[in-house]
Design a protein around this ligand. Structure first.
Ligand code: TRP
Ligand code: ZN
Length: 474
C-alpha cells in the first residue's frame, strides 16, 4: 500500500472557506453556502432512492475518482485496502454516507484530517471535521481490513468478493461493490478509477481499463490498472487468481488483456480469439467501442454461476460460450457506457445484450432473429416468461429473470420489425452516441425511438415492456 498523498491545493481552499464560515452566524453561513434556511437538511441521504435497493448509493455528493490500493492474501483471505475518493459535494454536508459491507475501518480522513465515522449495516457514516460546502471538492481516505465475502442478493445469487480456490472472483452486480471498497455504490454515480493491487508472487490481479504495469518485490507482485472513462461501481473488478496472460493491441488500437485460468485455457481459446471480431461487428451495429481497453477474465468459479460485463474486461466463471462473449461485449455499449439510473430499467441492459446474441446468430449462419422470437412467443401463456413486464420487474429479486432478458429482447425485435432495419439501427446507434459514458432511462429510449422512426410507438412499448401476460398477437 502506498502512503497517503497530500493535496495541498484542496486543503488550502478548505481551510480558507472554513475560516469564513466560522466567523458568521450559522444561519447566515447556511444562506451564503446556498443551503437554504437554517434547518434545511445538510446530511447526505443513505440511499439514492432506488426502490429495489434503497440503501445503495448515497445522496449529497458525486465521486469523481476512486484510487484503490488493495492487498489480498488468498490463503488467509484477508484484504487490506486503502481507498482515496475524490468527491464533489452537491449540497452542504455536515455528514454523509459511504456504502461498505463488512470489513473493519481502521482510519478515515477528509482532506487529510481525521474525521468521525460510525457503522450501521452497509452504511459508513462520515462526520467531517467541518461542514463541506455545496460544490466543494474534497478527498476521503478510508483504510480498511478484514475477510471480505459476497452479499446474497434478493434472488439468492452471490455477488461481490467471492473467494475461489486460487484467489477471488470479483463481480459487483447489483450490490457487491461495497463488499470490497467503500463508495457511492449505485449506478447513478460513475467515476474514473485507479487500482493498485498486491498479491503473492505467482498470482495475478486483474482490474478494469488499461494495464499500467507490474512489479515484484519480497515475494509479492503489485499490479496497476487505470479506468479513465466513467464507470459504475458494480462494474469494477479486482479478480485474483493463477492466470495465463495474453496482451495485444487490435488494428483499431484497443489494448486487449486476457487473463485465463490455465484449467479453462483449452476450452476458451477458440472463443477468446474471436473477441476483436465480435467487438468490430458490434461497433458496426452500435457505433464505436466506448473504451480504449478490452479483454476477458476467464476464471474457474463454479460457485458463481454467471458472467458479468465488468467494464472493458468481462469476468467469466468458466470458459464462455461464444453467445456469452457476444452478450457481455454488447453490455460494453448497453449497461457500461449507457448506464441505468434505477435497477427497474435493467431491461435496457439485458434485453439489449440478449437481442445482440440473436442478431449475432442471424448474421453468422444461425437462426434468424425472427425465428428466435417465434420460438419464444410459442411459450405457454402461464410460463414465467410472461410473469411480469420487462420494464417493471417489481423487485430486486426479478432483475435477472427471463422477462428481462428474453422478453426484453422480444420487445426490441418488435421495435425492429415495426420501424424497419434502417430506423432500428439508427435508434441503437443514436442511443449509444447520445448517452455515451453517461446514463439513460426507459422513457428516454422510447422517446428517442419515436423521434428517430417518426412513428407513434406507445402501443408497442405498452404491450411489450409495460404489461404483464403474453401479448395476444406476436
Ligand atoms: N448481468 C449479468 C449478465 O447478463 C448477469 C448477472 C449478474 C447475474 N449478476 C447476476 C445473473 C446474479 C444472475 C444472478 O451476464
Ligand atoms: Zn447481461
Amino acid at each position: 500500500m502506498r502512503p497517503p498523498r497530500t493535496y495541498a491545493g484542496t486543503r488550502t481552499a478548505v481551510l480558507h472557506r472554513g475560516a469564513v464560515v466560522a466567523t458568521v452566524p450559522v444561519a447566515l453561513a447556511a444562506l451564503l453556502a446556498g443551503a437554504g434556511p437554517a434547518g434545511a437538511a445538510t446530511t447526505g441521504t443513505p440511499g439514492v432512492g432506488d426502490p429495489y435497493f434503497p440503501l445503495s448509493g448515497n445522496g449529497g455528493y458525486h465521486v469523481g475518482h476512486y484510487d484503490l490500493n488493495l492487498r489480498y492474501d488468498p490463503t488467509g483471505r484477508r484484504l487490506d485496502g486503502k481507498a482515496v475518493l475524490t468527491v464533489r459535494a452537491t449540497q452542504k454536508l455536515t455528514r454523509f454516507n459511504l456504502d461498505l459491507n463488512g470489513l473493519k475501518v481502521t482510519a478515515l480522513t477528509v482532506d487529510n484530517v481525521k474525521a468521525g465515522f460510525r457503522r450501521s449495516g452497509q452504511e459508513l457514516i462520515v462526520s467531517p471535521p467541518r461542514a463541506l460546502n455545496r460544490n466543494q471538492t474534497f478527498k476521503v481516505a478510508v483504510a480498511y481490513t478484514g475477510v471480505p465475502g459476497p452479499v446474497i442478493d434478493p434472488d439468492g445469487s452471490k455477488d461481490g468478493w467471492i473467494p475461489t480456490d486460487d484467489g477471488a472472483f470479483v463481480a459487483g452486480e447489483p450490490q457487491g461493490a461495497m463488499t470490497w471498497f467503500p463508495g457511492n455504490s449505485h449506478p447513478k454515480d460513475k467515476s474514473s478509477y485507479d487500482f493498485t493491487i498486491t498479491v503473492p508472487q505467482g498470482r495475478t490481479a486483474v482490474a478494469n481499463g488499461v494495464f499500467l504495469g507490474q512489479k515484484t518485490a519480497g515475494g509479492r507482485t503489485t499490479f496497476r490498472w487505470r479506468q479513465t472513462e466513467p464507470m459504475a461501481a458494480y462494474l469494477a473488478t479486482a479478480t485474483v487468481g493463477k492466470f495465463k496472460v495474453e496482451q495485444y493491441t487490435t488494428p483499431s488500437g484497443i489494448k486487449v488483456y486476457n487473463a485465463v485460468d490455465p484449467r479453462e485455457a483449452a476450452a476458451s481459446a477458440a472463443v477468446l480469439k474471436k473477441l476483436p471480431s465480435v467487438l468490430e461487428w458490434e461497433a458496426k451495429l452500435f457505433g464505436p467501442y466506448p473504451y480504449r481497453a478490452a479483454g476477458a477474465i476467464v476464471d474457474r468459479a463454479p460457485q458463481v454461476g454467471y458472467a458479468l460485463e465488468t467494464q472493458t474486461r468481462p469476468v467469466y466463471d468458466r470458459a464462455p460460450a461464444l453467445s456469452t462473449l457476444v452478450h457481455e461485449s454488447a453490455h460494453q455499449w448497453f449497461g457500461d457506457s449507457v448506464t441505468l439510473t434505477s435497477w427497474k430499467d435493467i431491461w435496457l441492459n439485458e434485453g439489449f445484450a440478449t437481442y445482440t446474441e440473436w442478431l449475432y446468430a442471424e448474421q453468422h449462419g444461425g437462426p434468424s432473429a425472427q425465428k428466435t422470437f417465434d420460438e419464444r412467443y410459442a411459450t405457454a401463456a402461464d410460463d414465467a416468461l410472461w410473469s411480469f413486464p420487462p420494464a417493471d420487474p417489481g423487485s430486486g429479486a426479478n432483475i435477472f429473470a427471463r422477462p428481462v432478458y428474453d422478453r426484453g429482447a422480444m420487445a426490441l425485435h418488435k421495435l425492429r420489425t415495426t420501424t424497419g432495419d434502417r430506423a432500428f439501427f439508427q435508434i441503437l446507434r443514436t442511443w449509444a452516441a447520445q448517452h455515451r459514458n453517461g446514463h439513460g432511462t426507459t422513457a428516454q429510449f422510447t422517446a428517442l425511438a419515436e423521434r428517430v422512426s417518426g412513428k407513434d410507438l406507445d402501443q408497442l412499448f405498452r404491450t411489450w415492456i409495460g404489461t404483464k401476460g403474453k401479448p395476444s398477437a406476436p
